[in-house]
Structure formats: C-alpha cells, structure tokens
Design a protein. Structure first.
Length: 253
C-alpha cells in the first residue's frame, strides 16, 4: 500500500509574509501524515521560516530545485547541504520549467537525485512529454528515457523512495488536464520501466504523482487510478482552502 503524497509547487509566487501566513493557516488543518504526506514546495527564500512555522505539524516544506554539488562557485544556486541544514526534506527535481528554461538535462537530474539521497532529501523527480511529442506518439519513449536516465545508479532501496511526478507539459498551467485514464496509462508505463530496471517489488513501492491543471474539482478522478498515488499541483496550491481540499482528497485515495 503506497501512501499518497500531495505536493504544492508554488513556483515564483508569494511574498515572504504571504508564505508564512499560509503555513499558519494550514498547519493545524492538514490530514495526518500517517494517512497522506502533504508538502509545500516554495521559493528557497521562504523555506526556513515556513519550516519553523510548520513546527511539528503534518505539513512539510520542500524546495523547487537544488544544485547537485556540495558547494562552490555556483552563483545563485542552492546546495543540498544548505537545504538539509534547514530541515528541508523534499525537493522537486527536473521540473519541465527547469528543463526548458534553465537547461536541466536528464544527466543533471540524475546527479541531483543522487545528491538528494546524500542529504536525506526525498526527490520529487519530474518527467513528461511536450504536446509535439504526444501528437507524434512519442510519450512512452520520452518518459522511458527520462526514467532510465534519472534513476541511473540508484540502488533498489533508493529507487523505492523516489517520488516520480508525471507532468505532461501541455497540461501545465493551461487548464487542459490529461484525462485520468491517459495519465494512468503513462504512470503504468513509468512503473513498468522501473520494474524492468529493478524488479516488481521496487516498482510497486514507488509513488507516482500526476501533475498538470489538478484542482479540487478533478483530483479525485486522478487519485482513483491504480498507478497514481498523488498530485503535484501548481496554481491550485496557492490558496489555503484549495490546498487543504487537495490534501484531504489524498486521505481518501
Ligand atoms: O508543478 C506543478 C505543475 O507544473 C502543474 O502546474 P498547474 O497545476 O498550475 O498546472
């Protein structure tokens, strides 16, 4: 039985004041982490204060990206050691916006996943196809390559702890969500690729989120699917009431 994981990705939104106020509002109201993991991935500037505000609540705070190096001359970057030092236990890795606008590749994604494990950070590793790739029937091959390269060199024990976020790029922030059945089919492919890389038991343990225009009104249809274990939510995670509804939906998966 895989525990559902609902994660918000705020992207470059909110001020520090708004971020801390959000945590104040949600910290006592999210479902128990024994039933569903709830994470808010916020701009790095706010992480420490959000984490402090969460105290021992059931909502966790995550980063949206991190570097794979321990430290050094990487202007503007955030080290995994710094995240770990602040108590940050999750990081999104390889979001399509990072791949498209900040030159992240399957190779750097793989290095970041390894760095996350060195620092006790759970990687939320993103994959997904463009509209062009989908329309030319390349979805399976694209996702297969992203998973094979992203998981390279991980032990089975590490692989089990990776959270994969399947986000068809054409469904991100567009209001055009993938049908739950189509999303499930690709998530099943992802699980199959992991089974080929490792074994069935490892593949069955990996949690796979769907992301792309998820909101309180449609999350249940995704969570009802066999291979979907949660959601990575952008726009709808910015409002406390919607975020709490999404977290609550995870509880009933
Ligand atoms: O990381 C989240 C995704 O990019 C989805 O964003 P969205 O829910 O605004 O479509």
């Amino acid at each position: 039985m895989r525990k559902p994981i609902i994660a918000g990705n705020w992207k470059m939104n909110k001020t520090h004041q708004e971020a801390v106020a959000f945590m104040e509002e949600v910290r006592g109201n999210v479902p128990s982490k024994n039933e569903v993991e709830t994470v808010v991935c916020a701009p790095a500037l706010f992480l420490k204060d959000m984490h402090d505000k969460a105290e021992s609540s059931d909502v966790a705070v995550g980063a949206q990206t991190m570097h794979f190096e321990e430290g050094g001359a990487f202007t503007g970057e955030i080290s995994p050691a710094a995240l770990q030092d602040m108590g940050i236990a999750y990081s999104i890795i390889g979001h399509s916006e990072r791949r498209e606008m900040f030159n992240e590749t399957d190779e750097s994604v793989n290095k970041k996943v390894h760095a996350a494990f060195r620092h006790e950070i759970t990687p939320i590793m993103c994959c997904g196809e463009t509209l062009e790739e989908r329309e030319s029937s390349q979805t399976e091959q694209v996702v297969r390559t992203q998973i094979e390269k992203g998981f390279a060199g991980l032990s089975a024990e590490q692989a089990k702890q990776v959270v994969v976020a399947y986000e068809p790029i054409w469904a991100i922030g567009t209001g055009k969500s993938s049908s739950a059945e189509d999303a499930n089919e690709t998530c099943q492919t992802i699980r199959q690729v992991i089974a080929e890389l490792y074994d069935e038991q490892t593949a069955e343990a990996v949690r796979i989120q769907y992301g792309g225009s998820v909101k309180p009104e449609n999350i249940n249809s995704y969570l009802a699917q066999e291979h979907i274990d949660g959601a990575l939510v952008g726009g709808a995670s910015l409002k406390t009431d919607a975020f709490l509804q999404l977290a609550e939906a995870g509880k009933h998966e």
